[in-house]
Structures are given as structure tokens and as C-alpha cells.
Design a binder for this molecule. Sequence first.
Ligand code: GLC
Ligand code: CA
Length: 568
Amino acid sequence: MLNFSTINNDQNHIISPIDKKWWKEAVIYQIYPRSFKDSNGDGIGDLKGIISKLDYLKNLGIDAIWINPIYESPNDDNGYDVSDYCSILADFGTMEDFDLLMKGLQEKGIKLIMDLVFNHSSDEHFWFQESRKSRDNPYRDYYYWWPAEKGIPPYRWSWFDVNSNAWKYDEITDAYYLHYFSQKQPDLNWNNPKVRQKLYQVMRFWLDKGIDGFRMDAFQFISKDDSFPELPSEILGNIPEIMKFYGRGPHLHEYIQEMNREVLSQYEVMTVSEGAGASPEEAMLFVDPDRNELSMAYHLEGVEIGKHLDEYGFVNYKKLYSRWDEGFKDKGWLSIFLANHDQPRMVSKFGNDAPEFREVCSKMLSTFVITMRGTPYYFQGDELGMINIRFDNIDDYNDIDTKNKYIAIQSENGDLKAFLEEQKQASRENSRTPMQWNTNENAGFSNGKPWLKVNPNYVTINAEAQEKDPDSTLNYFRKLVQLRKQEPTLVYGTYTLLDENNAKVYAYLRTFEGKKIIVLLNFSPERADYNCGYNLEKSTVLLNNYSTSKKTAELRPFEALVLAVNES
Ligand code: GLC
Ligand code: CA
């Protein structure tokens, strides 16, 4: 037994050894390159733009950036439709710019995580161009084809298809091809070993350049049952059940293990899978260190709660996170996030972005992301407290998701007004608006016409103003990141939910090597009391999102308090 655990003398009890890893300790900052910083006035953010903001990144204190796809792409789904995995999209710059970015990041000690879009490629990728030419083309089985003489293929739902149909008929060879996402994103056939080898080569290409990790897009879908059985009628409408037919196919873990053997284990590399099943048990299969697959996963349940937290129920929400943490308390590792490029703005979805609450609420939500157990993934602009743009007009949208849903509703004579209202809260475009740097034209993002409208509130919400204000959300975020760095308890400590049924406050305890930190988060716009079962009188305030710090039995609206418990 003692081989597997260590004696902690202070405590006189046996604790599991900690498996320390840089990626558990890191704060990862997500850059959506189109919207970060444009360097040449074409209205599109680019690599040189990121390079010009390296000091900003360094000063955030973050350890790594995850950058959304920057590969050659016709941009049907903003880069998630890759037409060449080993070249840089001209809009973003050149391979030379990439090398400069790498060098710049390395000089600042910031790691780089690239997005790996391997469930599908673009239909403009050479492999697909060949594949569709003839049934006996050498690239034919790089994708999933269903010959028309077999009849109409069994229904599969597609995320971005106007008709929600994942099979598209292609006249050239009289066959259908599979696309879980848009028609321009045909699914790669992972059952073909040649495909897997080609994809591993792509990974090696980027790893040899010195990158530090991969965020693996839609990864639970890579293995499919390629007999494509009919969906049993009783499961239609039951998304978790349907998902079993869509992804997490029979060879999923075999392929990930192969990838680990052939590529990942040969490098110092961190990996994170987007989505990892419907339960902590399923997610564990991806990240159990004994299985040699991936470093960590992010579950989508926390963000897929619907449009707003109220609808889901706050007590349930706390249970959801606690349930996932429970599943990973002994091994494996999760990530924590409230926003990304597929979600609306954090403060607009989980909090309250009205002027009187926006700042304090953004700080409170940031406190959750940074102090909860798991590696934080933090989306650009949230450190400024950026909010949903809420477009009134469909023409303002660029995103294929919103646009195609609009077309579908239009063709059914549905309620377009209601849909546009709903998108103001839910559309992923809300988080994709350009970064708000200063009060110059276009928020200092670009000298040209931005590809997506800038939120007009940039005159008050921008980085430059917040640099000067010690109490800004930006400076609060920096303090949070520093706190996490100083307190291993916030990284390696256990998590225990406190005051479970409190309908306003999320309270939890983090414990590590005898040290206790309590986090109190008022998720409501009202004052709220709490009962966490600890005497906090002698505790020390490590961080408070109100500038007039006080410790009372009551929290102010959206107040966040991080306390070191002192029981002696
Ligand atoms: C992932 C990406 C999303 C993209 C989809 C298809 O969910 O995060 O932006 O549209 O995969 O690649
Ligand atoms: Ca540009």
C-alpha cells in the first residue's frame, strides 16, 4: 500500500500522492484569433495582432493560451472546416508569423495549445476533393460514403444543416457523405488506418514546432459505428441516448490509445478533449492516467444548462459540479470553464450584466472559474467583463449556426422574431465580437471595418481604462490568477460543497495538506446569508470582489469572498 501513498506526518494520516503537472496548475486563456487584434486593417484579427499583445498576455499572469483554429480554411464554420492542416490561413498571416508567435510566447514563458479539428475536414480539403471523384479513388474511404443503391441512409442529425440532415447526396458518384456539422465539414473515417496515420503526421508537424498541447475538437465523435444502424424510434428526442449512436463508437478508446502510443507519449504534451461523454464515469475513460489516453477533459453539462441559470435551478447547478468533481476526486483531471467561442458571454448567461452588477458579477464568476477544482479555461474579454452584443438583425450575424437555424425556421414559416430574441441570449456570436482594447475607433481592435460588429459599449468597457483602475475586473482577474499560483490548495486541494441547499450562495471548501480555503459566492443580485459550518471570525480574507472588504454573515449582491480558515 505504502508504495501508492505517502504518510503526511503533520496530519498523521495517509493521503494519496499528488500527481503534479504543469497543466493542472496552469490558467489557460483562450484566444479567438479573428477577434483578438487586427494588425493590418483588413478587419480580421491575426497572428501579428496576437504578437503585438504579448505583454498584455504576460501581465494577465496566465500560463498558456489555447488558440482557435488558424489553419487554411474556407471558413464555413470559422476555421473549424480545415482545408490544409499544415498551413496558416492567409487572413491570419504566414507560417513565418506563426514561428514568430511561438518564439515570442516562449520568451514570455507562455505555452501554446492548438485546436485539433479531426472529426471532420473541409470539403475543400484535398482528401475530400479526391474522395468524391470516384468510388475507387484511393481517398474514397477517407470519409463515410453511403451508395445510393442501398436506399436512403439511416437518419443522422446534423448540427449546422438547414434540414438537420447529416447525409448529403453527391451526384458525382451517386452516393451520400456524412457530415455531423455543416455540409462543408465531411466526417473523416477514423476506421481507415491511413487516415489515422495522416492525422498523426499532422500532430507531429505542430509538436515538432514546439507547441505544448492540443484541444481536441468534437473528439468523442471520431469513432462511429459505420454500419449506421437505424435509430430506435423510442430514443428520438432523447439527446444523451441519441449521442450513443453518434459518437463514442466501438473503437474510440482504442484509437486514442494508439494516438497516445504513436504520438503523444513521444512528446511533452498536454491534451484536452472537447466533450467526454455524458457522465463522469464515461469522461474518466478518456483521462484515467492508467489508460494512457488524454490529460484532461471538459464536460459540457455545466454550460448546457439552457439559456439561463434560473431556469435550471441554482441548487441543481451546484450539484452538477459536485457530482463531476466527485467522479474525479481520486484520479483523472477536469477543466473548468463558463465561456468559450461556442457560448454567450459568461456574465450574460450565468450572472447579471446590468450596469449596476456587471463588474461585481463578472468578478464573482471569475472567482468561481479560478478557485474551483480543475484547470481553468478562461475566454478572452471576460477579464474585462464583456457582455452579449444582442444583435437585432440577422444580417449582423456571421455564424453558420444562427444563420442556418434562421433559414430553417423561415422555411417552416416559424416565429423568426422569437428566434432572434432567443439568439440575443444564446447565440455563440455574442462572445465572438472583437476584443475591446481602448476608446479608439473599433475599440482599438482594427483600423478597418471589423468582420463582426464591435459592441458599442467599448467606450466604457475596455482594457486601457481598466489598466488604470486598481479595482477593475481586469486587475481583479490578475489578482485571482496570482492567488491561484500562491495557493496550491486551490490547485491540488480537495473540494467539498458547503451549505448545499442555499439557493443563492455557492460555498465550497478546498483543503490541502492541512490548509483550508473557503470560497463564498453569492450568485444572486440580493443580499444573502450563508451557513458554511465553519467559524470564520479568525479567517483571513485572501480576496474579495468588493473594494470595501468586510466579513459578515451576509454577502452583498454577487459578492465573492475567498477566505483562509484559521481554526486555532
Ligand atoms: C466544436 C467547436 C465549434 C465547432 C464545432 C464543429 O464544438 O468548438 O466551434 O463549430 O466543433 O467543428
Ligand atoms: Ca488582419
